[in-house]
Design a protein around this ligand. Structure first.
Ligand SMILES: Nc1ncnc2c1ncn2[C@@H]1O[C@H](COP(=O)(O)OP(=O)(O)O)[C@@H](O)[C@H]1O
Ligand SMILES: [Mg+2]
Length: 409
């Protein structure tokens, strides 16, 4: 339940693998060739954009070929010594009969940064020639000059972006499994925005359908496609560059943009558009007044106040510009919207825990979250006996326990 869908629906066999069939086949054949002897190229280099199944592909094939997978990412093999200790040893011998062959994976090669790792890369280059077991390297960009020697010593396998129709089919299947009824337009907008990155489409669909049994296009719309972004850019351009109040007020008429959304856009972009600190401060004042009006509109259904909110948000912001030069600065997508939507579940669980523990500990929910949760997390992941006791004391249900056991969060 607490699992990210990218993990929950991570393929465990080749049948669950979506698209990139050619790459899968190439890797499969190369691994098969190891069962008949040592192939000419003893290392494969998988490359392609993020979230298209490079890592997963190796996992499912290792399983299919019954290899012992030794998987490392750059944080484990940053230095030459570490590489020699871990990878050198593992790759030096061919296993005896009856023992599973090993498959060494060095994932996220890009993570080896800077000059101090140069020794690392040349060690890897040497290992790709001397290894006694198959070795797979993974990176996004094989054409990075740092990988030039690896390009020639490895069997290079290219992964492609996942086509939108495959992404749609995949997330639709997930929705069915999760009991979420999703509008087709919602799915295709998510797929379109993912631009071939299946992982990010899966993260979006999970974030957006959290706690819902019906996902409408409306729920997804704010992710915005190109047209909408252009519409909003026009509005923003007019708000930030209007020379008169009237002009600024008129800006919002040109597009049907949700007012809360527009507020987020203006708020996000004000610091970039108004370089003078006093101008910015005046604009933020205007936005804070707009925010107050919006709250009253929502709380008391006082629609009459809406126009004051609009005035503050448009004319108020436009008139804030006194010293900031007018120059072209690209608009930024409101971070708050994406962050809030991705973190909704976490925030809800945290609040629930805060209230629950606070009642027993006589603390406010906020201070529980700040001062108590970090320790609980450690106890829950390290000490089962203590965890059980705490669970009873505070009467925590499975969801809350699962949340406390998650790392990071
Ligand atoms: N081709 C694919 N088939 C099935 N699932 C995929 C595929 N590509 C990505 N995924 C999903 O996205 C997650 C991340 O995939 P991963 O293999 O780590 O991507 P990469 O290594 O290319 O960045 C997986 O856990 C899986 O759920
Ligand atoms: Mg990966």
């Amino acid at each position: 339940m607490a699992l990210p869908w990218t993990e929950k629906y991570r393929p465990t066999s080749v049948t669950g693998f979506v698209d990139n069939g050619k790459a899968l086949r190439q890797l499969d054949e190369w691994l098969t060739s190891w069962t008949k002897g040592t192939p000419r190229k003893k290392a494969a280099f998988l490359h392609g954009p993020p979230g298209v199944g490079k890592t997963v592909c190796v996992e499912v094939l290792a399983k299919a070929h019954d290899f012992d997978l030794i998987s490392l990412d750059a944080s484990n093999y940053r230095t030459k010594n570490a590489l020699e200790r871990i990878v050198g040893a593992a790759s030096s011998q061919r296993p005896l009969f009856g023992v599973k062959g090993r498959l060494i994976v060095l994932d996220e090669l890009e993570g080896m940064s800077g000059s101090q790792d140069r020794g690392g890369l040349s060690t890897i280059a040497r290992l790709t020639k001397t290894t006694g077991c198959p070795m797979v390297l993974i990176a996004n960009d094989v054409w990075n000059p740092r990988f030039s020697s690896l390009r020639s010593s490895c069997f290079v396998i290219k992964f492609q972006r996942v086509p939108a129709r495959s992404i749609i089919a995949h997330i639709r299947k997930i929705c069915v499994r999760e009991g979420v009824l999703a509008e087709e337009e919602a799915l295709s907008l998510i797929a379109k925005r993912a631009k071939g990155d299946l992982r990010s489409a899966m993260m979006d669909i999970q974030a957006l359908s959290q706690g819902k049994s019906f996902l409408a296009y409306e729920d997804v719309r704010w992710l915005g496609d190109r047209d909408r972004q252009e519409a909003i850019f026009t509005v923003l351009g007019r708000v930030f560059n209007a020379k008169t109040c009237w002009e600024a007020r008129r800006a919002v008429d040109v597009a049907d943009v949700d007012y809360e959304m527009l507020f987020e856009w203006i708020y996000e972009n004000a610091p970039h558009q108004l370089s003078n600190i006093e101008d910015l401060s005046a604009a933020l004042d205007a936005l804070s007044r707009a925010d107050i009006y919006f709250r009253r509109v929502r709380a008391f259904r006082a629609w009459k106040l809406l126009k004051y909110a609009f005035d503050q948000m448009t004319a108020g912001v436009a008139m804030a510009r006194e010293k900031s030069p007018r120059r072209w600065v690209s608009f930024k997508f409101p971070q708050r919207i994406s962050v809030m939507s991705r973190t909704r579940r976490t925030r809800r669980l945290r609040k629930e825990l805060g209230l629950k523990l606070g009642a027993t500990l006589h603390m406010s929910a906020d201070s529980v979250v700040r001062d108590v949760l970090p320790y609980l997390r450690i106890m829950f992941s390290n000490d089962d006996a203590a965890a059980t006791k705490l669970m009873d004391t505070f009467d925590l249900d499975e969801t809350l326990v699962a949340y406390l056991r998650e790392s990071g969060g």
